[in-house]
Design a protein around this ligand. Sequence first.
Ligand code: ADP
Ligand code: MG
Length: 255
Amino acid sequence: MNEPIIKFDKVVKRFGDVTVLDALDFEVGKGEKVTIIGPSGSGKSTVLRILMTLETINEGVIHVAGKPLWHQYKDDALVPASQEHLREMRKEMGMVFQQFNLFPHMTVRRNVTEAPIHVLGLSKEKANQRAEEYLELVGLSDQADKFPSKLSGGQQQRVAIARALAMRPNIMLFDEPTSALDPELVGEVLTVIQRLAQEHDLTMLLVTHEMQFAKQISDRVCFFDKGRIVEEGPPEQVFTEPREERTQEFLKAFL
Ligand code: ADP
Ligand code: MG
């Protein structure tokens, strides 16, 4: 593995009495494409949401690009992160959700330019150029003036990918990006993600149930259960000869 760009050290996350991440140790190398698989409720989304700073952690430390995420150093001591530190750290990451989460009252173009203008301070002109670049990458240059409701689910998800990329993050997080799509629209979204994986040195962390796809694009697959990594390894190994019984049981459902 390259030097880690994401590093979880003994991270504990609880919701009330429920321990969702149980002293999780987890690393992703720079440029690595990692897929997380596992049963519903095993903590997959929580890992991504914590990275996006949408959820806090209870214990442990996370580093992203060498800097603590939920903490910062003050006089050599780790203290809780300030809002300003969190804002800076967020720029490392872009996330694509199961439910595309586009702004419904904005055109496709404005969906993509909104954060570059308001978070990064780009001029409208520069942001529009970027929008063109990334809409082209996802094959939607001709849809820029439409509103999301006029697009298919697959197109909306591709806009969501362009929107995340327009912030030029170093890390892209995908949380079941095709789970809400009609089967005939899954392929176009997977094709875009696959192209990203092949042609860009982005670090990618992807939660999916598309096992064939995971096999094709991942450098490493992690099987989560009950907030821990039960098994991880290259896709050929985890998918074809899983060592752990729980992994075998889980994968049976996808044969
Ligand atoms: P997965 O994505 O693997 O299906 P999640 O990370 O979404 O799992 O959830 C892990 C566990 O945490 C589940 O038991 C879920 O019910 C619980 N959980 C997630 N978010 C919240 C929340 N905001 N409040 C309470 N419980 C939550
Ligand atoms: Mg989930």
